[in-house]
Design a protein around this ligand. Structure first.
Ligand code: PEP
Ligand code: MN
Length: 472
């Protein structure tokens, strides 16, 4: 029967599967709680201080009663797809806003992001002749970790903006107050975003025969032109195959997955449900969840909670990650060494990746683990310009991607994906790219409330570059 130890995290000690539906934990006062609530006993970082605990409990209870956003079967298929990427037979493309906003969940902006990801995926698929797993940082990427709990402007100090699911961006006491009603609004915004994603990707818009039309509506630029040529080649290939009588149902729809940082426990816990087919817990807020660089403490709440759900899990690894920490994360999050379960998203910085990644890759070869390795070339490359903008240089992004591929080629491991902050709009948030965006240009269209994103053109340019690396 079910049992537990007094301390530590029982299912790893006992060797029982993380999928064990009955996963009780005995806590300090000898009461037994669900493993899914054990995180409440552990140190936790980056949660808002809600002014009204009852209101949060009511909002969480309401969310627990809402339908799941994603389904266990979809999550299981994604895990299989990621397993293929981990073994070098597919590539993961993850992209979207640093912080989605409620106001930004419009049809136009969602469509432009989906189109951008589809275009990048086509570039990668064609260039590398490899299946590309498409995933948006979308439909739930609303909560942000912050380096400080407060923000000071002049002589006013207020709580930091933690994302639209917690508080407002406006720098007033009312707006910065954490508001539990935002949890519910976060759910509904995720639901309508996901509904549109599903319509776009299942309803004919993502048909590969539409490859030209995905380029329409974007300002003309060198990356677009290069894309047009590639689309032309694809068109020709499709028409040839059609003429030859091939059946193209596969081309009409794409699988498109969602992912976000599993950060805000008052949202993630009520979205976690027991799957009736298998009796195991799935976080139904998203197909994929990752643990951020700031919350991946081995004995902390986030690692424990996400160790207990069946979804594929990512962990961000910064430049200070040691092989020992990596090994412990593997043992906690993937004790059964399940294919596709664990993704390491490295975000080392262009200047550090060539030193920081190789020791991890050498160490992984000595283990029985086979995680998926993904590069996030954004988060190690932040700078602030003299005129006060948080930005990144496109050249640094490219350099980190190259360093990632170099390290994997040298180690003989698989470079399995890329994780980027991007938008389909013509924003001016990152420096460089073939448009040569300079510091003065940042002021013209800087819209991100959080980290700077690649614009549509920079995203396409990056895809061409990654395709070249993959084809090497
Ligand atoms: C992010 O992905 O927006 C983020 C905060 O990343 P990291 O945890 O790697 O800093
Ligand atoms: Mn970010």
């Amino acid at each position: 029967g079910p049992f537990a130890l007094e301390t530590g995290i029982p299912h790893f000690r006992t060797g029982r599967s993380v999928a064990d539906p009955i996963d009780p934990v005995v806590v300090a006062d000898d009461s037994v709680i669900s493993g899914l609530d054990y995180w409440r006993q552990l140190p936790i970082k980056q949660q808002p201080s809600w002014p009204d605990a009852d209101a949060v409990a009511r909002a969480s209870a309401q969310i627990a009663s809402f339908p799941p956003l994603v389904f266990a079967g979809e999550v299981d298929i994604l895990r299989e797809r990621l397993a293929r990427a981990a073994s070098g037979d597919a590539f993961l493309l993850q992209g979207g806003d640093c912080a989605e906003t409620f106001a930004g969940a419009t049809a136009d902006q969602i469509r432009n992001r989906v189109k951008t990801i589809l275009q990048m995926a086509v570039v990668l698929t064609y260039g590398a002749s490899m299946p590309v797993i498409k995933m948006g940082r979308m439909a739930g990427q609303f909560a942000k970790p912050r380096s400080s709990d407060t923000e000071t402007r002049g002589d006013v100090t207020l709580p930091a903006y933690r994302g639209d699911i917690v508080n407002g961006y406006d720098f007033t006491p009312e707006s910065r107050r954490a508001d539990p009603a935002r949890l519910v609004e976060g759910y509904h915004t995720a639901a309508s975003t996901l509904n549109l994603i599903r319509a776009f990707t299942q309803g004919g818009f993502a048909d590969l025969r539409e490859v030209h039309s995905w380029n329409k509506g974007f300002a003309s630029n060198p990356a677009n032109h290069r894309y047009e040529q590639l689309a032309h080649d694809i068109d020709k290939a499709i028409r040839f195959m059609e003429a030859a009588g091939a059946d193209f149902d596969e081309l009409k729809r794409v699988e498109f997955y969602t992912g976000h940082e599993g950060l805000l426990m008052d949202y993630e816990r009520p979205m976690t449900r027991i799957d009736s087919r298998t009796g195991t817990p799935y976080n139904t807020s998203s197909h994929f969840l990752w643990i951020g660089e700031r919350t991946r403490d081995l004995d902390g709440a986030h690692v424990d909670f996400l160790s207990r759900v069946r979804n594929p899990i990512g962990v961000k690894l910064g430049p200070t990650t040691t092989p020992e920490t990596m090994q412990k994360l593997i043992d906690k999050l993937d004790p059964n060494r399940e294919p596709g379960r664990l993704t390491f998203i490295t975000r080392m910085g262009a200047g550090k990746i060539r030193d920081a990644l190789p020791p991890l890759l050498e160490a992984i070869k000595a283990t029985d683990a086979n995680p998926l390795w993904v590069t996030d070339p954004m988060h190690g490359n932040g700078i602030t310009t003299p005129n006060g903008y948080k930005t990144r240089r496109f050249d640094d992004v490219v350099d980190e991607v190259k360093g990632f591929f170099e390290a994997h080629r040298h180690a003989g491991t698989h470079p399995g994906g890329i994780h980027v902050e991007l938008t389909g709009d013509d924003v001016t948030e990152c420096l460089g790219g073939s448009e040569q965006l300079d510091e003065a240009a940042l002021a013209t269209r800087y819209e991100s409330l959080c980290d700077p994103r690649l614009n549509h053109m920079q995203s396409l340019e990056l895809a061409f570059l990654v395709a070249e690396e993959l084809a090497k």
